[in-house]
Design a binder for this molecule. Structure first.
Ligand SMILES: Cc1cc2nc3c(=O)[nH]c(=O)nc-3n(C[C@H](O)[C@H](O)[C@H](O)COP(=O)(O)OP(=O)(O)OC[C@H]3O[C@@H](n4cnc5c(N)ncnc54)[C@H](O)[C@@H]3O)c2cc1C
Length: 318
């Protein structure tokens, strides 16, 4: 892999430009590099999981710090000189181009060229998230307050936990988290997202619901110890979960008229192809949305292999 900050990108079309250097994009780059493709990875370096100290559930890397997983993946790409990387650079527009390239990408980065061309584009830009409007919540997010049960519930098991959210899927999330604890309180922060029947069903499973707005979160050095409500009561907890709202940021694709689902995720087939020929999607940016590191990496690998088949014009299994 060549860091293009030190080796200017030539004005010839890449076989593929990968937008996003998370597990989906880096896994795609590895597989494209191994297929002798000329690849450029453009990464804004703003991973969603930067808030957390350790990532879990990635085969052979359980507990690895997120930045270390990226460092290892980038180091592996060093073996493939046709793979280039532009860090701290954002793709701001993708447009259809005249032959021989299919796409033109406008870039924004201090040491990046303004424009690159490519025969194919793989979108692996992940998601952005908005946490519930609760004072101080950022200080606990990724430390003792998490969003993904499969990723982090093991470390919190058998503790008194909070589930904080303002969306109608809270009952389903509560039932899932109750797998790891018998002491769970759901906080709706004043949002009217639970009806009396759902509350009674949760109560039957030993899950409490507190509907008042949250005035404050208490704790020390990232460890959440209590949720203080607007009515003055404080509920003791020892960490928990939060339900963010997730958003894609795919404005740079608008010129292509690409299909997205009702939540704004890229619509892809099982091979990662989008509704626009030559554009592929992988990872959290693609429907159905937030997943896990290993799933994103798997989708990136799959899309890369299919992209190479499409470049060659063949339909075949591996
Ligand atoms: C707090 C937290 C903890 C988590 N813990 C775990 C865990 O323990 N285990 C697990 O499996 N999963 C975990 N996850 C989920 C996991 O981080 C995601 O599923 C995974 O990172 C998705 O990978 P991705 O490649 O699709 O996107 P990302 O990893 O988000 O990478 C996308 C990249 O694209 C870049 N980008 C975005 N837009 C542009 C653009 N226009 N131009 C250029 N670059 C762009 C971003 O800056 C970013 O670097 C966690 C998530 C969070 C938020």
């Amino acid at each position: 892999m060549v860091d293009s900050a030190h080796d200017p990108v030539e004005d010839v079309p890449f076989d593929a430009v990968i937008i996003g250097g998370g597990p989906a994009g880096l896994s795609a780059a590895l597989n494209l590099g191994r297929a002798r493709a000329r690849v450029l990875v453009v990464d804004a370096d703003r991973p969603r999981n930067a808030a957390t100290l350790n990532s879990h559930g990635f085969l052979t890397r359980d507990g690895v710090p997120p930045a270390e997983l990226r460092r290892l993946a980038r180091a592996e790409l060093e073996a493939y000189p046709q793979v280039r990387m532009l860090s701290r650079t954002r793709v701001v527009e993708v447009e259809a181009a005249d032959a021989p390239a299919r796409f033109e990408l406008r870039l924004d980065g201090r040491r990046a060229p303004a424009l690159v061309r490519a025969h194919a584009v793989l979108v692996a830009t992940g998601l952005r998230e908005t946490l519930p409007d609760v004072p101080g919540i950022r200080a606990f997010y990724g430390m003792s307050l998490f969003s993904c049960a499969a990723c982090d519930a093991w470390e919190l098991q058998d503790r008194p936990l909070a589930l904080i959210g303002e969306t109608p899927d809270l009952p389903a999330r509560a039932r899932l988290i109750a797998r790891w604890t018998h002491d769970l309180t759901v906080f709706t922060n004043g949002a009217d997202v639970l009806d009396a029947v759902e509350e009674a069903e949760l109560a039957a499973s030993g899950i409490r619901v507190r509907r008042h707005p949250i005035a404050d979160l208490e704790g020390d050095r990232g460890r959440l110890t209590a949720v203080r409500l607007a009515d003055g009561t404080a509920v003791r907890v020892d960490g928990g979960f939060v339900r963010p709202r997730w958003h894609t940021a795919l404005e740079f694709l608008h010129g292509l008229g690409i299909d997205v689902d009702t939540d704004g995720h890229l619509l892809v087939d099982r091979s990662g192809r989008t509704s626009v020929a030559g554009v592929y999607g992988a990872g959290d940016a693609a429907a159905p949305g937030p997943q896990q590191l290993i799933v994103a990496a798997g989708q990136g690998a799959r899309a890369a292999v299919v992209l190479v088949h499409d470049l060659v014009g063949v339909t075949t299994a591996h």
